[in-house]
Structure formats: C-alpha cells, structure tokens
Ligand binder design. Structure first.
Ligand code: FCB
Length: 445
C-alpha cells in the first residue's frame, strides 16, 4: 500500500470556526434582527439559538478544544453592551470577558468581530449606518469592547461583510433597513461609506488602546464568471456585478476612494488601514445579461445546473474559487496577511461537507505554496445556527443542533476537521476515509 501523502500548512496556522452573536446566543431581543423576526420577515425566529448566552458556549468550546481547534472567531452584540444610547451594560461585557477567557484557557485564541449584521434598536431607529452620526458612536462602542477584552484578544474584525449587509438590506430587502423608503442602491452606498468611516475610526481607536492589535474586516468575496464569455453584454454584466458586489471596501482601502457603479466617494482617511484581510469565501457566481432583472441592473447571478449543490442550492461547491479569491487578495495587497474568516456549506446530511472542506483546504494550501501569506482558516460554523432570513432551513454546523432540545449531533465532518487541525495538514488517508469520492482527483497517482 502506498504511503499517505500529506499537504502541510505553515507552523502556527490558525484553525477554528466562526460564529456570530445573533446566530448563536439566543434571547437577543434588543436589536433590529429581533424586530425583523417578530415582524415575520424571516423563515423562523432565532429564539434560544444555540443558547450561548445561557452558557452553552462552554460545552461548544469544549467540543472545539477536544477536536484540536486552536482559534475561534465570535462576535459581540452591540445592543447588549450598549442597550440604550446613554447606558452601558457592564455585566454583558463581563460575560464576553468570560467567553474570551474561557477560550484562552482551552488553548483557543479568540478573534472578535465588533459588528456582524445586527444593530441596536435605538441606533436602527435613527437609521443606523445610513447616517454619518453612527461613526463616533461605533468608535465609542469599539473602545468599550477593546478595553474590556484586550487582555485576551489581539485579532479584531471591525465589520463583517459590509457589502452583504448593505446589499441584502437596501437592494434585496432580505435584511432589515430602517425605512422602506430608504431602499435602493443609493442608500446602500451611503451605508457602505459610513461603514468605511466607522472602520477607520475603529482602526485607530483599537491601535491607540492596544498597539499590538491586528485589525481588519471580513470581506464576502465573490468570484464571478460571465455565462458566455464571448457575449459582450454578459461580460459587461459580470464586470458590473463583480465590482458592485466586491470592490467598495477593497477599493477604498487601496486608494481612499470607494468605487461603485453609481459613482465614487472619497474617504481618504481609510486608505491602508488594515493589518490583514479577512476573506469569507463560499462560492463562484455565473453572471448573465437579463432584461428581466432590472432590480439587479440587468444582471442575473446563478450557479450552473450541473453544479455540486448544497441542500437548498444556496452554495455550489467550486473549490478553485478559494484559490482565486486568495490570489486576487495577494495581488491587490502584496504582503498583507490573509485570513479565511469564513468558509463552509449548508448540509444537514453531511454528505457534501467532507469533500467541500477537503477540496477547499487543498486550494488554501495551493495558495500557501505560492507564498500568499495565509495565516488561518475559520470554518463556518461550529454548530448549526440561526441563518438570518433563512432561519433554521440551512445547517452549516460541523455539529448539528436540535433546536427544540439543544442537543448537539456530531457529524462525520467533526472528525475530519479534528484530524486536519491535529495534523496541521490534510492527508490522502483522511480524504480516502471521509470523502473517498474525491480521492482520485485530489491525490492522483
Ligand atoms: C455569511 C455570514 C454568516 C453566515 C454565512 C453562512 O454571509 O457572514 O453570518 O450567515 O454567510
């Protein structure tokens, strides 16, 4: 029998999972998502979620530690920490300190996201990120959090997926936005510009309090291809959608000018303010010119019919997109450390996840071999959690969750990921054991 082939990752590589406050904590009643759920805009309600606020983060962190994860990305909830404009809740901060400490004690390095889609109701009611007044408010909140957690945390994510926040809210209408009349691309761009200003303010605040901090944001990066590359309207749509969805934040961080299909906005203070780039990669879109879709500027994004689909067809398994995303990032920001802040797939049966995981990690490894400075990988997610407007219909966890009983179900991917984290690598034996259907293509010969 031939010896197992092993692809190794750099020493000190961060291996973990990512979660977000509203998706795992439960009883999060003071933010705009809670109201959005109450108003019936979501498939289900978050309810107890994974009951992390009730203390179940401990058992889940035991699971992470026992399966050799050495890092975890979680978010803190602004509406808990600052329930009213003139009120700070020290006990909430203390609870987050306990979480960060608990991770550290288990050998898990915490990475903290300050804003992951949710806004406190008081902020939402004054139109949140649409109004520049949010910038000093976000800075103040950031200072509070960093003062409280700096003992345990050096990696900070200011804002998660600003592009998805703005587009899912103002353009698609799936996420809450404060007034229906504000819907549209112009409001999305206003929010994005304020998020950039907020990021800049937070970046300086964090470094002032904690000079050794590593500060970045998490970009949802979406590679795209034209449906018919020989057909100019498809190419045009591909470029329009690609830049509209991907480039607002990256362009501003590179040049101080936020580029958008509706025009450019100067935000010079944000230029260069990132110590790493966080990339959330899930899939690649195919883009087609479509007269029937004026809402998305006559472009339609979809996955080819013969794709390797996730359970609800939300994600197509396209591993090379992971490499393409890292290659784009390394070219755009030479020498900037890169971290995969999210990657994963919804798959209750765990029939796709093992190969999705193995194939995507092989692409991360390819990038490492081109000397792209990739420092870590955070799988989305540790346990099934509340998937926004899609409620509980999508199951992204390594562990499954019975929402009624809070029981955790250990999926086979848990063991695959544990072996990867322990080995700091992926071997042909692991693939043969957990995803034999891709053995021959991943390890030919
Ligand atoms: C990302 C979000 C995350 C989760 C995954 C599936 O866009 O950042 O909260 O919902 O998708």
């Amino acid at each position: 029998m031939p010896a197992s082939a092993v692809i190794h990752f750099p020493k000190g590589f961060l291996w973990g999972c990512a979660t977000a406050s509203h998706q795992v904590e439960g009883n999060n009643t003071n933010n705009n998502w809670y109201r959005w759920e109450q108003e019936g805009h979501t498939k289900h309600q978050s309810g107890l979620a994974c009951d992390w606020w009730g203390g179940r983060w401990k058992e889940d962190m035991d699971r992470a530690a026992e399966t050799f994860q050495n890092a975890h990305r979680f978010s803190v909830e602004w509406s808990r920490i600052q329930p009213l404009p003139d009120r700070w809740d020290e006990s909430a901060l203390e609870r987050y300190r306990a979480m960060a400490r608990g991770m550290t004690e288990r050998g898990i390095a915490p990475m903290v996201t300050l804003h992951h889609f949710t806004d406190p109701l008081w902020l939402y009611d004054q139109c949140g990120w649409e109004d520049e007044a949010v910038v000093p408010l976000f800075e103040k909140y950031t200072r509070k959090v960093v003062e409280a957690l700096k003992e345990y945390v050096t990696h900070w994510v200011t804002i998660n997926e600003p592009n998805i926040y703005a587009l899912s809210g103002y353009v698609a209408g799936d996420f809450p936005t404060c007034q229906a009349s504000h819907k549209g691309m112009a409001a999305a761009l206003r929010a994005l510009a304020n998020m950039l200003r907020g990021h800049a303010a937070a970046y300086h605040a964090i470094h002032q309090i904690q000079p050794e901090a590593r500060v970045g944001y998490a970009l949802h990066y979406r590679p795209m291809v034209a449906a018919r590359p020989w057909f100019p309207p498809d190419l045009l749509m591909r470029n329009l959608q690609y830049s509209g969805i991907n480039l607002a934040f990256p362009s501003a961080l590179s040049s101080g000018v936020m580029k958008s299909p509706l025009g450019n906005v100067k935000i010079p203070q944000v230029k260069g303010l990132q110590d790493y780039l966080g990339i959330n990669y899930y899939s690649v879109d195919t883009v087609k010119f479509d007269l029937g879709n004026p809402r998305e500027l006559f472009g339609r994004r979809y996955f080819p019919e013969d794709s390797d689909f996730s359970a609800t067809k939300f994600i197509a398994n396209i591993p090379h997109g992971m490499y393409d995303s890292l290659a784009w990032a390394a070219k755009t920001y030479p020498n900037l450390p890169l971290i995969i802040t999210e990657n994963g797939v919804e798959d209750p049966a765990d029939s796709l996840r093992p190969r999705y995981l193995a194939q995507h990690l092989q692409q991360v490894w390819r990038a490492v071999n081109f000397n792209f400075p990739v420092k870590g990988y955070y799988h989305w997610s540790l346990v099934d959690n509340f998937e926004w407007e899609r409620g509980w219909t999508q199951r992204f966890g390594l562990w499954g969750l019975d929402v009624e009983t809070q029981a955790r179900l250990r999926r086979p991917s848990v063991d695959l990921y544990a072996e990867i984290c322990r080995e700091n690598g992926l071997s042909s034996d692991m693939v043969a054991k957990y995803a034999p259907e891709v053995s021959a293509t991943m390890f030919p010969g």
